[in-house]
Ligand binder design. Structure first.
Ligand SMILES: Cc1ncc(COP(=O)(O)O)c(C=O)c1O
Length: 393
């Protein structure tokens, strides 16, 4: 099949809700994508933060193959060994509690919101979330997302959400009232432009939520599983959330989402309150276990820190070299370069030269390489971005 054959199928039969890059992917390995036309691309934003252990990570592929031959799927009225093992593996690396499994980031957020409602006991239901947050496209997650552009065409939304500026503790304090049950945030806003929560803000949120008996929910769908140099971003802040949402990198490319809730509240999710047919599917969980092993064997927490130092130095140098870079910011291997002009021309220019990066919020270039990326491939990719920036700015 040529690219045009694939595109013709999409034009006729697939709904047009995604802006797609002009590449039909035939296969991918590590940090390299291969188009059906044989062209290679270095991917510095692999899988939108999914492919943290690289595309088609060998251990993940092996685990999926082995599991597929043994058991594809049984529903959740049976005990599923890999699900129990993955829940323990997450708890061991995060905090004491219990896990509920689903299939995506949005579903993880929905699950967290429903658990919070159970905690509110039909009396408290309001949730405070942040301006420029992103929590997904289903109705609860969309209602939690503090961005008008995603909500505009879908009102009325789920009631009870209010949005306050990120990193403003006073605003949260003012927004919490007697009907508030949770405060929800991403410790590093991804889609919102790589905005990093300040340590005293997070410490203040934890104090405030404890004092007012409100749950603190961290959406770590993008930051989880080594991306920021820790298993989870909350570890940078010396606090523990009450609920943490996960997805993306957890499955290494298999669809999976999850929430971890602290021991105090996890058992509120009793039979009849919530469920998912595919949640905690054996193959997705086998993949998750393999991702965790790959992170440990590859020492990828440390590697994220090393990559982060390199990216910080590189991007800071670019900021000095080029006019038109307003800010560079990141945590671990999660980076944003904020331009004074729209970033689309840079993304398009890089792709023409065989490198994939992302732009969010019009002006923020996003670079989240696989933590397994080889130094020479990263250098080659960054050299292209630098060249394109030089031409564009
Ligand atoms: C922080 C965060 N939460 C939730 C989501 C939604 O995840 P999904 O697309 O898997 O539903 C995303 C997706 O980008 C995200 O970045």
């Amino acid at each position: 099949m040529t690219f045009n054959d694939v595109k013709a199928l999409f034009d006729s039969f697939v709904m047009p809700n995604y802006s797609r890059l002009p590449i039909a992917v035939e296969r991918a390995e590590g940090s390299i994508l291969y188009g059906v036309d044989g062209r290679e691309y270095i991917d510095l934003f692999p899988g939108w933060a999914v492919s943290t252990v690289g595309y088609c990570n060998k251990s993940v592929v092996r685990a999926v193959k082995k599991q597929a031959a043994r058991l594809l799927h049984v529903p959740n009225n049976f005990y599923i060994p890999e699900q129990g093992q993955l829940a323990k593996a997450i708890v061991d690396r995060a905090f004491p509690g219990k896990v509920f499994f689903c299939n995506s980031g949005a579903e993880a957020v929905e699950s967290a919101l429903k658990l919070a409602r159970l905690y509110g006991g039909n009396r408290r239901y309001k949730v405070v979330s942040m301006d420029n947050s992103f929590h997904g496209r289903t109705f609860g997650a969309l209602s939690a997302t503090g961005q008008e552009k995603y909500q505009r065409e879908f009102r009325p939304l789920v009631p009870g959400f209010s949005y306050v500026p990120f990193n403003d503790l006073g605003a949260v304090s003012n927004a919490v009232d007697d009907e508030t049950v949770a405060v929800l945030l991403e410790p590093v806003q991804g889609e919102g432009g790589v905005n990093i929560a300040a340590p005293d803000y997070i410490a203040g949120l934890r104090r405030l939520t404890r004092e007012r008996d409100v749950l603190l929910i961290f959406d770590e769908v993008q930051t989880g599983f080594a991306r920021t140099g820790e298993w989870f971003a909350f570890k940078h802040y010396d606090v523990q959330p009450d609920i943490m949402c996960m997805a993306k990198a957890l499955g290494g490319g298999m669809p999976i989402g999850a929430i971890l809730a602290s021991t105090r509240i996890a058992d509120l999710l009793v039979p009849g309150t919530h469920a998912s047919t595919f949640g905690g599917n054996s193959i997705a969980c086998a993949a998750g276990l393999a991702v965790i092993r790959a992170i440990e064997r590859g020492k990828l927490l440390k590697r994220a820190g090393i990559l982060g130092d390199k990216l910080r130095k590189t991007f800071t140098a670019w900021q000095k070299k080029f006019n038109g870079i307003r800010d560079v910011r990141g945590l671990g291997a999660m980076w944003g370069i904020e331009l004074e002009v729209p970033g689309k021309a840079v993304v398009d220019g890089c792709l023409e030269q065989g490198v994939n990066i992302n732009c969010t919020h019009q002006t923020v270039l996003r670079i989240l390489p696989a933590l397994t990326i080889e130094d020479d491939i990263l250098d080659r990719g960054l050299a292209v971005v630098e060249k394109v920036l030089g031409k564009t700015l």
